[in-house]
Design a binder for this molecule. Structure first.
Ligand SMILES: Nc1ncnc2c1ncn2[C@@H]1O[C@H](COP(=O)(O)OP(=O)(O)OP(=O)(O)O)[C@@H](O)[C@H]1O
Length: 238
């Protein structure tokens, strides 16, 4: 079942085209990666799909809903990874989870999530005092607290140490097992290769290649997804 349909999506900021005719489909229970250089339009695609930014043109359906017109209903069914500025410095880990859980009609058990993401020992710690990696884990847990059918994660493992990164990959795979659809914006090709069922590589507001990791490696005539990325975007560095 298709849960995200994007057809000819367009979005400009002033005269700059951030997204210039992107079409994508994401199926239920997939981990779908969006990769591409800085400024390629990845975050804008995710913002339009998750109802936080209004598109200029194109068709967009998430769980059958229009992300902008139906965003109130959609927000009950999706999860979005917050950015740093979204939480007040003084809020405690447990309070943040409890507060976000209260925003949803059918929330997950926030205490269980806190345990799963290793945050229980930091329940009383204020947000400002968490290290970057713990903030990141809290943001992921908060994205999941509404029991979402689709979760949008931007820079999932940025700032995580190698073992936290592996743990996070495991938990994201568990989400897939439960039928949750995951859209993952990433700069890490090893992460995309290890985790994603399919990946769209975006450059200058357009999809330049799409497929499973193996397929993209073949398309790029490369030995790794990272090298395929360079071949397909024609760029030496991301
Ligand atoms: N609020 C905004 N106002 C003006 N221009 C913006 C805004 N947000 C993004 N842009 C521009 O739109 C283009 C796409 O940005 P976007 O953040 O979607 O790219 P990205 O692929 O997510 O980049 P990165 O990998 O650096 O996070 C860039 O040229 C960026 O400068």
């Amino acid at each position: 079942m298709t849960v995200i349909e994007i057809d000819g999506l367009r979005k400009s900021y002033g005269s700059g085209k951030a997204v210039d005719g992107v079409s994508l489909r994401v199926e239920r229970g997939e981990i779908f990666g969006i990769a591409g250089p800085n400024g390629a339009g990845k975050t804008t695609i995710v913002e339009c799909a998750s109802g936080s930014r209004r598109r200029d043109g194109g068709i967009l359906r998430v769980l059958g809903l229009d992300p902008w017109d139906d965003r109130r209903e959609l927000l009950q069914r999706i999860g979005v990874q917050l950015q740093e500025a979204a939480l007040p410095d003084a809020i405690k880990v447990g309070e943040a989870l409890r507060m976000y859980a209260s925003l949803y009609d059918r929330p997950a058990d926030w205490r269980k999530l806190m345990d799963e993401w290793g945050l229980a020992d930091r329940k009383g710690t204020r947000f400002a005092r968490l290290s970057g990696g713990w903030k990141q884990r809290l943001f992921i847990a908060l994205a999941l607290v509404g029991n979402p059918e689709v979760v949008f994660l931007d820079e999932l493992t940025t700032g995580l140490d190698p073992s936290a990164r592996r743990m996070t990959w495991g938990l994201i795979r568990d989400l897939r097992e439960r039928g949750v659809t995951v859209v993952l914006v990433t700069h890490f090709m090893d992460e995309a290769e290890a985790l994603c069922d399919r990946i769209a590589i975006v450059d200058r507001g357009r999809v330049v290649a799409e497929g499973g990791p193996r397929e993209l490696i073949e398309k790029g005539r490369s030995d790794s997804l990272e090298n395929a990325y360079f071949a397909l975007t024609g760029r030496e560095t991301a």
